[in-house]
Design a protein around this ligand. Structure first.
Ligand SMILES: Cc1cc2nc3c(=O)[nH]c(=O)nc-3n(C[C@H](O)[C@H](O)[C@H](O)COP(=O)(O)OP(=O)(O)OC[C@H]3O[C@@H](n4cnc5c(N)ncnc54)[C@H](O)[C@@H]3O)c2cc1C
Length: 406
C-alpha cells in the first residue's frame, strides 16, 4: 500500500490548473497535498486536507472518485488517473491520530446543532474552532448520521467517526444523544434557552414509499430501516430489492453478508442512479440486476411487476400485458428518502419546498432568522462531500449572523 501510493504521488503532474480539484465538490487542493506528501510532510498535508474538508478521511473511502477528482484527472485521458483517494486516505487517517485541536478563546456566543451527521459534525467543529459554545442534539444514540447508521461497516469503519467525536469533545462540544428536536424540545425552546443561532443538519430519514398495496406487509422493509440494524431482521435466503441507487446497492450487499443466497435488484428503467463502482461491487457480490421492472403491488409471495418495453434509445415506451409475480422471502424497498417533517410542523415560519426540504438563502439561512441548514435536509439525498461543501457556506453565514470574527 505505502509503495503504491508513493508511486501514485510521483505520477501526478501537479497541474497548474488542476481539473481534479475542479471536479471535487469541496475543491480539495489536490496538487498541494500531493506535493507535501512527496516531501514527506504528512502533518502539513493532513492539516491542509482537514482544514478544507474535516471529513477527508471519510471521503477518501466513500466519495464517487470516478465521477469527481479521479474522473477529471488529465492522466486518465490516455491512461490511468492518479488514485488520489488512496493517497488521501493514508494522509487523512494518519493525521486524524496526530490531530491536536486547540480550544479557541470563547467568543460569548452559543449555537445548537440539530443532527450529528457529516453536516452537523462539520458545523460543530468549525463553530467550536471559532470560539462558539456548541451543543449537538441527535435523535440517535451515536453520532455520524448515515455514515454510522446507513453506510455498512465493510465500506466505512465506524472507528473514524469515534475519533472525530473525541476531537469534538476535546474542543468542548457538548452532545445530547437520543434527543429529537421537534418532539419534547423545539427550535423555539432552543432560542428561549439562549442559543444565538441554530444549525439544522437533519438529513432525510423518512423512507420514500411506493404508495402501493402490500407495502405494509410483514415481508417488506424499507432500505434505511434495514441498514440501521440488519441483524434484527430475518430476511431469509431470497431477497428482492426495489431500487437501483446507492442505498439499494448497500442493501443488496448487506443482505448477502447476512446469509441471503439470491438477491435481485429491480430497476424501473435503464437508468441506474448508484455510482458505477457500487453497482459493480453489488454484482460482484452476486446480485442480479433486472431493468425495466415497474412494481405494481406486493403479495405475501413477493413483488409483482409489469415489464417495460424499451425503444432503441432505451426509453420506456410501454409495458407488457402480463404481470410478473416474483417469489422471495423479503422485499426491501430502497427507492429514496425524504426529510421527517417534525421541525417544519413545530417551528413557526420555517418553510420547506413541496418535498419537505428546507428552503435556504445563499448564506444557508432558513426562513427563520438565526436558523441555518445544509446537507441532505436542503438538497435531498446527496453525498457526504456535498454536505460538507454546503455546511462550510452555512457556518460562514452563522458566524457573520452572530457577529463573530467581524
Ligand atoms: C445507504 C446509504 C449509503 C450512502 N452511501 C454514500 C456513499 O457511499 N458516499 C457518499 O458520499 N454518500 C453516501 N450516502 C449519502 C450520505 O450519507 C448523505 O448524503 C450524508 O450523510 C448527508 O449528511 P447530513 O449530515 O445532511 O445528514 P445525515 O447523515 O442523514 O445525518 C442527519 C442526522 O440528523 C439526526 N436527526 C434527524 N432528525 C433529527 C431531529 N429532529 N433531532 C435530532 N436529530 C435529528 C439523525 O439522527 C442524523 O444523525 C449514502 C446514503 C445512504 C442512505
Amino acid at each position: 500500500m505505502a509503495l503504491h501510493i508513493v508511486e501514485e504521488a510521483e505520477r501526478c503532474l501537479t497541474c497548474k490548473k488542476p481539473l481534479c480539484q475542479k471536479g471535487c465538490p469541496v475543491s480539495t487542493p489536490i496538487p498541494q497535498a500531493i506535493t507535501l506528501f512527496r516531501e514527506r510532510k504528512i502533518n502539513e498535508a493532513g492539516e491542509l486536507l482537514f482544514e478544507n474538508n474535516p471529513m477527508s478521511a471519510v471521503c477518501s473511502l466513500i466519495c464517487n472518485h470516478g465521477a469527481q477528482c479521479e474522473g477529471h484527472c488529465v492522466r486518465g485521458r490516455k491512461g490511468t488517473p492518479i488514485h488520489f483517494s488512496a493517497i488521501e486516505n493514508y494522509i487523512s487517517t494518519t493525521y486524524l491520530d496526530r490531530l491536536r485541536l486547540k480550544r479557541a478563546e470563547p467568543c460569548g456566543k452559543r449555537s445548537a446543532i440539530i443532527g450529528g451527521g457529516p453536516a452537523g459534525l462539520v458545523a460543530a467543529l468549525k463553530l467550536a474552532q471559532a470560539g462558539v459554545d456548541v451543543t449537538i442534539f441527535d435523535q440517535n444514540p451515536r453520532l455520524g448520521g448515515v455514515m454510522r447508521y446507513g453506510i455498512p461497516s465493510y465500506r466505512l469503519s465506524k472507528d473514524v467517526l469515534d475519533r472525530f467525536q473525541q476531537h469534538l469533545e476535546g474542543l468542548g462540544v457538548k452532545v445530547r444523544h437520543n434527543t429529537q428536536i421537534g418532539e419534547s424540545l423545539t427550535i423555539a425552546d432552543l432560542f428561549r434557552d439562549g442559543y444565538d443561532s441554530i444549525f439544522v443538519g437533519t438529513g432525510t430519514w423518512r423512507a420514500q414509499t411506493l404508495g402501493i398495496k402490500g407495502e405494509a406487509g410483514g415481508n417488506v422493509l424499507f432500505g434505511l430501516d434495514y441498514l440501521r440494524s440488519p441483524h434484527t431482521a430475518e430476511i431469509g435466503e431470497r431477497v428482492a430489492v426495489i431500487g437501483a441507487g446507492n442505498t439499494a446497492m448497500d442493501v443488496a450487499r448487506t443482505a448477502f453478508r447476512q446469509g441471503a443466497r439470491e438477491v435481485t435488484l429491480y430497476a424501473r428503467s435503464k437508468h441506474i442512479s448508484a455510482s458505477s463502482d457500487e453497482l459493480e461491487y453489488a454484482l460482484l457480490d452476486g446480485a442480479e440486476l433486472l431493468q425495466g421492472k415497474a412494481i405494481q403491488y406486493i403479495t405475501e409471495e413477493g413483488p409483482v411487476f409489469r415489464t417495460a418495453i424499451f425503444d432503441e434509445d432505451d426509453r420506456v415506451v410501454g409495458y407488457e400485458d402480463d404481470l410478473d409475480q416474483v417469489s422471495c422471502d423479503t422485499v426491501i424497498v430502497a427507492v429514496s428518502q425524504k426529510p421527517r417533517n417534525k421541525l417544519i410542523q413545530t417551528t413557526e415560519g420555517l418553510e420547506g419546498d413541496d418535498r419537505g426540504l428546507l428552503i435556504v438563502d445563499e448564506h444557508g439561512m432558513c426562513t427563520v432568522p438565526g436558523v441555518f441548514a445544509a446537507g441532505d435536509v436542503v438538497t435531498g439525498p446527496n453525498t457526504v462531500v456535498h454536505a460538507v461543501a454546503a455546511t462550510k457556506v452555512a457556518v460562514k453565514g452563522m458566524l457573520s449572523y452572530m457577529g463573530v470574527g467581524a
